[in-house]
Write a protein that binds this ligand. Sequence first.
Ligand code: ADP
Ligand code: MG
Length: 731
Amino acid sequence: MANLRFQVVGEAFKKKAVAVEAPKGLTSEYFGKYVFGREQMAKYLSKETVKVIRDVIDNGATLDRDIANHVAAGMKQWAMDLGATHYTHWFQPLTDGTAEKHDSFIEYAGAPGEGVIEEFSGKLLVQQEPDASSFPSGGLRNTFEARGYSAWDPSSPAFIVDDTLCIPTVFISYTGESLDYKAPLLKALNAVDKAAVSVCQYFDKNVKKVYSYLGWEQEYFLVDEGLYATRPDLLLTGRTLVGHESAKNQQLEDHYFGAIPERVQAFMKEIEFEAYKYGIPCKTRHNEVAPNQFELAPIFGETNLASDQNLLIMSIMKRVARKHGFRVLLHEKPFAGINGSGKHNNWSLGTNTGVGLFTPGKTASENLQFVTFIVNTLMAVYKNNALLKASIMTASNAHRLGANEAPPAIISIFLGSQLSAILDKIEKNSGDEALKVDGKRKVSLGIAKLPEVLLDNTDRNRTSPFAFTGNRFEFRAVGSSANCGSAMIALNTAVAAQLKEFKTAVDAKIAKGMGKEEAIFSVLKAYIKECKAIRFDGNGYSDEWKKEAKKRGLDCETSVPKIYDAYTTKASIKMFEDCKVFTAKELEARNEVKWEIYTKKIQIEARVLGDLVLNHIIPVATRYQSMLLDNVFKISQVYGAAKAKKLAAHDNSTIEDLSEHISAVKGFVEQMVEARKVANKIKDEKKKALAYQETVLPFFDQIRYHADKLEMIVDDEMWTLPKYRELLFIR
Ligand code: ADP
Ligand code: MG
């Protein structure tokens, strides 16, 4: 078996970059070729149908059966012209990732057996009933109605993967509860649109729609597939459960932005070609901080579509990686001791008139609007800091957050010194008095005259989980494997609810006779005071911050199962219900799912860890020990017992060390198994998840400590599991 390790290492070293053929023409010429977008619609649908469908997409108009039939016919023709033979409703169940069940277009032309034709009706486009019983539902389907259905989301265009037309859909139970990430995301986007438009109306009557934008940055690791296949932990859990740190890892900081290795470069190229075909505007690629860690980021887009594109690219990455002899690791913490992977969610709001609501403006009115949206976002994050943390917390992301790396498990906002100064000034001044902003220009910042705010974006803070970066906020706590939907639902809903509250407060003041701008100013001023606790520009990793954050009343909970309670507090339920995003019942059901997934993840890891120790590590350690014993025995045979004492001293102490670690590691595995048995009997999902967290998980580190010691003692030639240096430095 150790031979297998050396064999895969040897093979990995020999691998050359796979040649990648560029699609014909300029990127702009084949961009979106496999997406049923505007251009394709114009070609395959009648003018009338296009008009209706655009109205559905842009204004949420309802779609009648006739139009659906027309769209389906055009879509089918387009798909068949590109070689598609099947179709699927593509949806996003509460497991991360997507689900699909392919059906062929064929139907009997007449009576059974009399030949087939290709068919795809509006009915099939609009709605399907996948067998929903095998997807997590937190008891929603059991309690209410067994079936669920998927329904077309016309706002995200259909696309073709291989031979299959994929139709983005929401996934809901028959009684209407959402069983996925897309349905509530669409509702949250609708809520933030409505709320933001009504606030924008204070400043510009032409604003009719506010879009939520998302630009994700996907971090990932690449591991040679031979090495991957010889690590049961990577194969089954996506992360290494044992493995001694490599002597060199990221301490020299020589990987970040370094030259991209050739095999990786080929992989990235192909990912981009694929992404472009699907209309995903990949823009940036680079090495990340940890060895074999990389990043990919497209240009931002409308949140629903960007989120779909992220899911699509994650599956493209997995597929393409195989072609290049790699496996892609999307896990948040595949390797101990080096950086984990996140998926920064750059988020902003923008109007149909083309104004970015977090972009400092040119006119006074634009800047009052800018400050309004900034301050309301601060308030939303302040009030919902626990909820936002819950939206990104998972068993795997927990290894990143709160551990010694970005970002901490306390949600705070970094604004930078300039924006902070502006808010401080607004807070301290009565409003009508002229304010000065220091910096490149001296400009007055008065109630009706906010200056041209000049923000340079050099002021950066890498430790903040939620940072203002010039024209957007960057929610950095999102995990690399996550569906962006979860974070985006929480954030957009929180901001929607906050904007509604703001509007009510301002209107009340106006009703009492206060001028509009003064009313806005006075509400903002109060908000700036109220939400101060959320602003933190210091080092988020420090221990002082943990103490300080607690004093400020920010949520400091780090237990994953407990954090999910933030979804079902009175305030959260009210907020989600008011914004029509979730009902209380849905929130409770979704928490059940989260606890269940948490338990299962830890359970699987615990099993794999047990297997690694008992069947991979201990047998090797014992064999090595027996070799040493053999040697000691031979020494004493040749030199006699007295002399052997000295000559075999080193062997003897190694033998004892081995025994010590073997029995420790074995003992802990046995205790872990016992803890699991106890936890498994618990019926309540939350209590069970807690039991896994509190009584099973702690053994992981203890087991790992001794397993990694054994790795350092045992003859390298005998060790079967590829080591960290091999996993991280061979590419
Ligand atoms: P960083 O310097 O933070 O690593 P990247 O260039 O990797 O930045 O990614 C930044 C992401 O933010 C990109 O997806 C980019 O398109 C996106 N972005 C830029 N402006 C906005 C905006 N106004 N709203 C949302 N996303 C934005
Ligand atoms: Mg980046």
